[in-house]
Design a protein around this ligand. Sequence first.
Ligand code: AMP
Ligand code: ZN
Ligand code: FE
Ligand code: FE
Length: 282
Amino acid sequence: MIDLHTHTTVSDGTDSPAELVAAAAAAGVTTLALTDHDTTGGWASAAEAALRHGVDLVRGVEVSCSHHGVSVHLLGYLVDPTHEELAAELSLAREGRHGRLQRMVDLLAADGVPITIEDVRAQLGVDATPGRPHIADALVANGVVRDRDEAFATFLAGGSPYYVPHYAPDPVRAVELVVAAGGVAVMAHPFAGRRGRTVDDDVIAAMAAAGMTGLEVDHRDHDPAERAHGLGLARELGLVVTGSSDYHGTGKLNRLAENTTVPEALEALEAAATSDTRVVRA
Ligand code: AMP
Ligand code: ZN
Ligand code: FE
Ligand code: FE
């Protein structure tokens, strides 16, 4: 089974990269992609674990993008992590996320919600990309809410007065950067409207025109109608169709391999990569 979208403690997942790989092996995943938000920091330990557990590893990153304020996530597989422009953009995004974390905590605290920046930092892995889930975890630890879902519903969703955006590139620029870094661009959960607004199909077409290779159609946050629409759009735009779990450990209900990618699609993605970053074969 091929699962091409997962997170670890290097961003907002709850398994370390090594634990993720072990869990993937136990779940019957044969090819796994590691795609933490805006960082490649988990690659080395995941690769080492992949060799140990007999799992093939696609090293990737989920790039946070914003199209006129609408959040878009772009999966960048097999990029050269040392590509200067891409690395600079990712580090800008991570820095922006630290400032944004502070501002959201300030807004919550000013309203009497018991939370400090230290509480949130305590939930963050070493050098991890900070995100709203870490604020959620601090709210859980402080007994304010029961779980991440309740934290998002009550305090952290896009329309909330405590929501603060962070710096993120336009998705077309992100596609160009991933391609320039020798990688393969696949748009993550394009129609996941439950988390907030989504972009129109013309933006997806512009991303395809900029060199995007694939569309993540099979994802928990897509209903059957959205999957059918995604299949049609992928065919129209000549995009490879992928499916994945978007596993976050205990941070979300998503289970490894709950959605998967067919081997032919993985081959097409791999063939589109031009960097020296290859699939780690166990
Ligand atoms: P951020 O990128 O910091 O704005 O946070 C967005 C991330 O929060 C997404 O990538 C998801 O991993 C996570 N997320 C969004 N909604 C929820 C939810 N209801 N429960 C748990 N995690 C969520
Ligand atoms: Zn996440
Ligand atoms: Fe995402
Ligand atoms: Fe994700």
